[in-house]
Design a protein around this ligand. Structure first.
Ligand code: PLP
Length: 341
């Protein structure tokens, strides 16, 4: 009785292959294998990365490293969370791993270790997430002798600025100090060549999800209750305001359902007032991601851990075991079952 993600494998892979070819081939693409694996899960996207024969993938955190490294070996694994002193230790200093370094003191610490770790040096961009100030480039260069330098890394914003222009500008600045590959994010694959030289695109959303028409999420109906006006239901024992069908469907907070404050089908002001009272459910019409006959169903109360209660019309033709389409947020949702068909 699961929350299911079915993937049309042929269609998904056709999209991935076009994406990789557009970027310039497997060595130009660094598939990102992090978090919930963009919906399919890290194991599934790691296997796709292996199929694409890329020389390197990227993970979000050190916690994700061991599992992904094993799945994609012998491909390299770049850890995108910057290395910090507490990370030292044999487990993270393996040959397959490329560390991201974002502060001079961390680069100095790694350079001083005997391990000669592989590193990319991240420069601060207009994103202002992590990175060494480009004004400090001259101080970076002497420290590179103590590590195995694998290139420069840039994390670029999605909008307002031109990511290509910023990549070209910072790339030229960095390469004037030390030549090497440039690892970038958020450059459209068709424009990667404009950046110039050995450039590698870290990509998750574009590679895995732009072909999301290949993916379909469904939630199994686990129970159906026909309620009369006044019948009580749920943890809060509220009374039904009219005759209705109460559906218990797969997918709850543990799957990431409803955590993001679902779009309300009510006036924003009413919803704000309900939120202020800490009683979103009191409004009674918070849109769920589940659809029956294409209409979004309202949550009857906030999602439970493994399932959700939603309203359907009183005579709705729906039975236990049916599957409802679910319009979930891919990067925050965990499926019980992922099937490649
Ligand atoms: C997540 C991430 C990416 C990939 O971003 P998408 O938008 O999924 O392509 C690239 N670089 C860094 C540093 C990231 O954290």
């Amino acid at each position: 009785m699961p929350l299911t993600l079915r993937i049309d494998a042929a269609r998904w892979r056709a999209h991935q292959e076009v994406y990789v070819a557009t970027a310039g081939g497997p060595s130009a693409v660094v598939p990102v294998v992090k978090g919930n694996g963009y919906g399919p899960g890290r194991a599934v996207v790691a296997a796709e990365a292996v199929r694409l024969a890329v020389p390197a993938v990227a993970v979000g955190t050190y916690d994700e490293l061991a599992d992904v490294a094993r799945r994609v070996a012998p491909a390299d694994v770049v850890v995108m969370t910057p290395w910090r002193p507490g990370q030292a230790g044999s487990a993270v200093l393996g040959e397959q791993v490329i560390h991201t370094v974002s502060r001079l003191e961390d680069l100095a610490a790694l350079a001083a270790s005997a391990a000669q770790p592989r590193v990319v040096v991240e420069l601060l961009t207009s994103m202002r997430r992590h990175g060494i100030d480009p004004a400090q480039l001259a101080e970076v260069v002497p420290l590179l002798d103590g590590v195995r330098f694998e290139g420069w890394s840039l994390h670029l914003p999605l909008s307002r600025t031109d990511p290509v222009a910023e990549a070209v500008r910072l790339g030229a600045l960095a390469r004037a100090h030390r030549d090497g590959p440039l690892w970038v994010s958020h450059v459209p694959p068709g424009r990667l060549r404009e950046v110039g030289g050995d450039v590698r695109l870290r990509t998750g959303t574009g590679l895995w999800l732009a072909g999301h028409h290949a993916m379909r999420w469904t939630a199994t109906v686990i129970d159906v209750h026909r309620l009369r006006r006044g019948d009580t239901y749920g943890y809060r024992q509220r009374a039904a305001r009219r005759d209705a069908t109460l559906l218990v469907v797969a997918g709850g907070t543990s799957h990431g359902i409803g955590l993001a404050g679902p779009a309300a089908a009510v006036m924003a002001r009413q919803r704000a007032a309900a939120l202020a009272r800490g009683a979103l459910e009191a409004v009674g019409h918070v849109r769920s991601p589940y659809r029956l006959d294409r209409a979004f169903l309202a949550f009857a109360e906030p999602p439970h851990m493994q399932c959700s209660m939603v309203w359907a019309p009183p005579g709705a033709a729906v039975a236990v075991g049916d599957e409802l389409d679910a319009a979930v947020r891919y990067p925050t949702t965990y499926a019980d079952e992922v099937t490649l068909m």
